[in-house]
Write a protein that binds this ligand. Structure first.
Ligand code: ADP
Ligand code: MG
Length: 358
């Protein structure tokens, strides 16, 4: 029998691909430690996101290449090292933030804040360090949906200290406006305020900062798309045509601004009756999927109409944090994994040396 060497193990691991990134785990620098003891192998592998949906698949592939070498006992321990999509230039504004994920929609009321809040909490639950910036001045609902209230304090170096809930650092425009007063800020002012929130908030080190954008394609979004270093945008729509028409405009605007689109999520897809289990497609069917195909973007899945989403939103307990989560929670968690995976792929792509073609 051949004795196992660390070198042989590392060589073999070059045949294991990260299915999403399409490259081997050695060249991706995911293999952090190889310890060989007789025929026992202990590996430490770093994922590119703690919310990685492919852990099991990678482990199966690792076993498949190491067993033929004579490894009889294989132990894999997992870590995560989230990579950045933010360029050095963008990083000046928020040096500790690796990835900004914006959530946008064509119109209000489609579930943009619901998606933002659950996305942030799900990523934090997976072990990532996460912030949530409520930039929707037309309806800053994040504080209510997270059950977080209060006035942020200043840090010793005069930055704004975010509030924290469910392991997520939260800042909302709501914290800075007197209760019951409407916000009448114009677009450029909003952009300025959001830039200030990025710059002047003590975010610390964050893997992901989720930004709940105002709906639509007004001045505010334009200024935002220009002024905020967005790694990718999740578009939220409901299945019916009126919502799709508006999200189409939002997508066109983002394209024009060169803001990468992660994909589209269809919220309020079928309603599953809690009594009989029958699914009713109240707002029609397949709209989000057709939109994704038409736009050439990823379809990130559908989130069912689920009364516990609305109930949780009203009392500050997001679906993914509920003790008895309804059918939407699983879909929201899957969404978080898909978004994290997309960011990993994107980080890998933008991290590549730029090839000049002459
Ligand atoms: N999948 C869902 N099932 C049930 N209610 C939902 C769902 N998604 C959103 N809601 C509810 O619909 C309302 C609008 O959602 P919200 O996230 O505030 O939309 P937006 O931020 O786009 O205006 C909220 O009361 C929310 O709780
Ligand atoms: Mg909202």
């Amino acid at each position: 029998m051949t004795t196992l060497s660390e070198g042989a193990i590392r060589d073999a691991l070059r045949r294991v691909q990260d299915p999403e990134l399409g490259r081997d785990i050695v060249s991706l620098n995911m293999v952090k430690e190889v310890v060989v003891d007789g025929s026992r192998v202990d590996l430490k592998l770093d994922l590119t996101t703690p919310a990685c949906p492919l852990k099991d698949e990678i482990e199966v592939a690792v076993r498949r290449v190491l067993e033929p070498l004579g490894a009889t006992e294989i132990h894999v321990s997992w870590g995560a090292m989230v990579r950045r999509t933010a360029s050095p230039q963008q990083a000046q504004l928020v040096p500790g933030v690796k990835n900004i994920i914006a959530v946008a929609s064509g119109k209000g009321g489609v579930g943009k804040s619901t998606v933002s809040v659950n996305l942030a909490v799900a990523l934090a639950q997976a072990g990532a360090s996460v912030g949530l910036l409520d930039a929707d001045i037309t309806g800053p609902n994040v504080p209510l949906m997270l059950g977080v209230d209060g006035q942020p304090t200043a840090s010793p170096n005069n930055k704004i200290v975010p509030l924290e809930r469910y392991g997520v650092k939260v800042i909302s425009i709501q914290f800075f406006i007197p209760e019951g007063q409407p916000v009448v800020w114009r677009g450029p002012l909003v952009g300025g305020a959001i830039q200030q929130f990025l710059r002047d908030v003590e975010w610390g080190e964050l893997d992901y900062l989720v930004v709940d954008l105002p709906p639509g394609t007004s001045d505010a979004q334009l200024t935002l798309a220009q002024s905020v270093p967005i790694g990718g945008v999740v578009l939220v729509t409901t299945p019916q045509e009126v919502s799709l028409a508006d999200v189409r405009k939002a997508a066109a605007m983002l394209r024009r601004m060169n803001v990468p689109i992660i994909g589209v999520v269809e919220n309020m897809s079928a309603f599953v009756c809690p009594h009989c289990g029958e699914a009713t497609e109240i707002f029609g069917r397949g709209g989000g999927e057709r939109f994704a195909a038409e736009q050439g973007i990823d379809y990130l899945g559908g989130i069912p109409l689920d009364v516990t989403v609305r109930q949780g939103g009203d009392v500050g307990v997001p679906s993914v944090a509920q003790r008895e989560p309804g059918p939407a929670a699983e879909a929201l968690r899957r969404l978080a994994s898909a978004v994290a995976a997309w960011m990993s792929v994107r980080a890998e792509a933008v991290g590549q040396p730029v090839l000049t073609v002459s």
